[in-house]
Design a protein around this ligand. Structure first.
Ligand code: UD1
Ligand code: MG
Length: 460
């Protein structure tokens, strides 16, 4: 960056009420791609190297501060919202006057790092960098007024603009970068004598020009990177744009998407090649997917890793799990936190696992609950097997050793260990540890009642 000698500070304005959201929550806490709008802006600030971030907040301050506990930044409360200039003024005490300052907005979530770095690079003692955009319909925005030599002169707000100025299609995005001391000096000069009775940050531009400074206007690469969220409709529009962009990134990395408009990415996804993802899949948190994995329709995968060649059939939910290579999951499987499936293992329909280590080649094909368990290699777990891990107070562990065969409808009353090579007969309730290589059976003997009569219907 050109400003190597001058640390970067970022001010994020987030004090507005967001009336049009019709919400009890501050607007900037509404989520895009599973993350608050404000966190998107904060994360961008950090990723472009901000050493110091100050969030200016107002409405529902407690809620906002609670939600931003992980932010390494300062917070300036703006009790009354008297305009963007007034808001920025509240952040000044938290800045060092030798910094370069970038002003961002908590409700403008999709500005790219490249655009902002480019903007910051333009700043020096004599230059303010201003991000502008040309709009077919500029209504509502501040207009960029240029002189005959195309030099920016000032910004005029919609409500203060002359009929000619209203025809200007280049508008202010609100995002600007400048030296902190220049910002301080210009803010000291602004007043609220305008149509809205507000202290306009935008007046800094005209005042700086009058003081002999230069304005470098940079065009935003797209409208959506400078679009703010004022309503839930706009939030949904930006969500779709974000999702499509991220879907394209996946495809560019070698993933086939059945429909790029029907995938939701709410976190960081790392992918290999030749992966297939069917429709309506949601990926949340940190998800890594290796080569040749297939993910069926409607799967929800969060904070998990999936190794090469694994097939996840439709409507499976996987959370905080490590899935090996060539594994088969689902359809309709629920893989809960702490599950680790080794290579070539299988979990079929209506199986729930939790804190379960599942060995290579082991199969749990139907209708089972496997919790707090360690299962060896090449074990076969029959339909309807339940690890009874909870005694109402404590959780206990079930261990099943290699090559065991658990018959259908078995209850394993933990803590319990089933030895290697054991066959458990179907319908058994296993309460004690077993030896290796035996048949274990625990069921009442079958009886036959000869000559038994079915009850007959009584007519009243
Ligand atoms: C502002 C700009 C306008 C620009 C537009 C882009 C000014 C005077 N005008 O207008 O040129 O085209 O943004 O969207 O800056 N905020 C505070 N405290 C306040 C006032 C605002 O934190 O006292 C925050 C709001 O939460 C919001 C942002 O600043 O995120 C912009 O405020 P808003 O009142 O929406 O500005 P506009 O009138 O849209
Ligand atoms: Mg306004």
């Amino acid at each position: 960056m050109a400003n190597l000698l001058s640390p970067l500070s970022v001010i994020i304005l987030a004090a507005g009420k967001g009336t049009r959201m019709k919400s009890a929550f501050p607007k900037v806490l509404h989520q895009l791609a599973g993350k608050p709008l404000l966190s998107h802006v904060y994360d961008t600030a950090i990723s472009i190297g901000a050493e110091n971030v100050c969030v200016v907040y107002g409405h529902e301050g407690e809620m906002l501060l609670n939600s931003c506990k992980d932010f390494k930044c300062s917070f300036a409360e703006q009790k009354q919202q008297l305009g963007t200039g007034h808001a920025v003024d509240h952040a000044l005490p938290y800045l060092s006057m030798s910094d370069t300052v970038l002003i961002l907005y908590g409700d403008v979530p999709l500005t790219t790092e490249a655009t902002l770095k480019n903007l910051v690079d333009k700043v020096d003692e004599e230059t303010i960098a201003l991000l502008t955009v040309k709009l077919d319909d500029p209504t509502g925005y501040g207009r960029i007024v240029r002189d005959d030599n195309e030099n920016v002169q000032c910004i005029v707000e919609q409500k203060d603009a002359s009929p000619e100025q209203l025809h200007i299609s280049e508008v202010n995005t609100g995002i600007m970068a400048l030296k902190a001391d220049l910002l301080r000096d210009m803010l000291a000069k602004i007043n609220n004598e305008n149509a809205q009775g507000e202290y306009y940050l935008t007046d800094v531009i005209g005042l700086a020009v009058a003081a002999g400074k230069k304005i470098e206007a940079c065009f935003a690469a797209s409208e959506h990177e400078v679009a703010g969220v004022n309503s839930r409709v706009q939030l949904a529009e930006l969500e779709r744009i974000y999702q499509l962009e991220h879907a394209k990134k996946l495809m560019e990395s070698g993933v086939t998407l059945a429909d790029p408009s029907r995938i939701d990415i709410r976190g960081n996804v790392s992918v290999g090649q030749d992966i297939f993802i069917d429709t309506n899949v949601t990926l949340t948190g940190d998800v890594s997917i290796e080569d040749f994995v297939q993910i069926g329709q409607g799967c929800v995968i969060s904070d998990s890793s999936i190794a090469a060649g694994t097939i996840i059939k439709p409507y499976s939910v996987i959370e905080n799990a490590r899935i090996g290579a060539q594994v088969e999951i689902g359809p309709f499987a629920r893989i809960r936190p702490g599950t680790e499936m080794a290579d070539g293992s299988k979990v079929g329909n209506f199986v729930e696992t939790k804190k379960a280590i599942i060995g290579a080649g082991t199969k749990i094909s139907h209708l089972s609950y496997i919790g707090d368990s360690e299962i060896g290699c090449n074990v076969n777990i029959g339909a309807g097997t339940i690890t009874c891990n909870y005694d109402g107070v404590n959780k206990h562990k079930t261990i099943i050793k290699d090559n065991a065969f658990i018959g259908s409808d078995t209850q394993l009353i933990a803590p319990v260990t089933v030895g290697a090579g054991v066959t458990v007969a179907a319908g058994s309730t296993i309460t004690k540890d077993t030896s290796d290589d035996v048949l274990v059976i625990s069921r009442t003997k079958q009886k036959e009642m000869v000559g038994w009569q079915r009850p007959v219907k009584i007519n009243k």
